[in-house]
Design a protein around this ligand. Structure first.
Ligand code: G
Ligand code: G
Ligand code: MN
Ligand code: NA
Length: 249
């Protein structure tokens, strides 16, 4: 109940901050985009990680307000970078509650207009479980977002209820392979199969959780499109990621 109560005033009190983690091209090694990852600077508990409060905010419905703040702030930042000559796609994590809300499209388009963002520079990350809802509704939501020019990524791919038919049926652009598929040889074989599948389906494939040079080499040799992970950078506050972008864009 503590955190739940504190969440009520946290947005108003400006206690949230977005960190950003770069995604790297396997071909050019340049930065291809950044993922926004929320952080909570709690007044007494210090830094509270998203895993400790996102699910609470989901249960209480506060995630809708919080999710809107993330949309607002990440698009503002995308536009600010653009004005400074750093035109870089920003990926935004969408929660199940947000995805199912009737006003998602309206909120997204209002924020795009508010900040003057190019929709093609915004990626929304959803997870497999969100695709399990009412098929017509899911299909409509994804098609409307896609028609706006927004890019759609399936996050944590391989960890949920993988129904491969989704990948064909829905207008997805990007597969983000969960970091569980990086590592030993068996897992690499699975990763190879997922890369082949992504190619066949015309999806860009991003490997998450890349931590070693050996993993980078393997992914480059096996035709992965983009990489994200501590090998390149931890999620960084705006000042840090801006320096990173200036160096590697
Ligand atoms: O940044 P970190 O690895 O601690 O993130 C942990 C989890 O929190 C990840 O699953 C990530 O998708 C989720 N997360 C981070 N930022 C956001 C956000 O802005 N909105 C939502 N819904 N989830 C987020
Ligand atoms: O579920 P999602 O993919 O949005 O989660 C992103 C989370 O993964 C963030 O909390 C981020 O800190 C974490 N992360 C990013 N790169 C790595 C990595 O190389 N190794 C590990 N263990 N975690 C990572
Ligand atoms: Mn993500
Ligand atoms: Na992920």
């Amino acid at each position: 109940l503590g955190l739940e109560n504190d969440l009520v005033t946290a947005v108003k009190n400006n206690e949230f901050e977005l960190y950003y983690q770069p995604k790297i091209s396997c071909i050019t090694q340049a930065v291809t985009g950044v993922e926004a990852l929320i952080r909570w600077h709690h007044p007494t508990r210090g830094l509270v990680p998203p895993d400790d409060f996102i699910s609470i905010a989901e249960d209480t419905g506060q995630i809708l307000q919080l999710g809107n703040w993330v949309l607002d702030e990440s698009m503002r930042q995308q536009r600010e970078w653009h004005k400074a000559g750093l035109t870089i796609p920003v990926s935004i994590n969408i929660s199940a509650h947000q995805f199912n809300a009737d006003d998602l499209m309206m909120n997204v388009s209002e924020m795009l207009v508010k900040h003057g963002c190019d929709p093609a520079m915004i990626e929304l990350e959803i997870t497999e479980s969100m695709l399990l809802g009412n098929a017509d509704k899911v299909n409509q939501t994804l098609h409307q977002l896609s028609a706006m020019g927004i890019k759609l990524a399936l996050d944590d791919f391989g960890t949920g209820y993988s129904n491969l038919a989704y990948l064909q049926k829905y207008p997805l652009d990007i597969l983000k392979i969960d970091r569980a598929f990086l590592g030993d040889q068996t897992r690499s074989m699975l990763m190879g199969t997922i890369l082949d599948m992504g190619r066949v389906l015309g999806l860009k494939v991003v490997a998450e959780g890349v931590e070693t040079k050996a993993q980078v080499n393997w992914l480059v040799e096996n035709g992965c499109d983009q990489m994200q992970g501590f090998y390149y950078s931890q999620p960084l506050p705006v000042a840090g990621i801006t320096d990173y972008l200036i160096s590697y864009c």
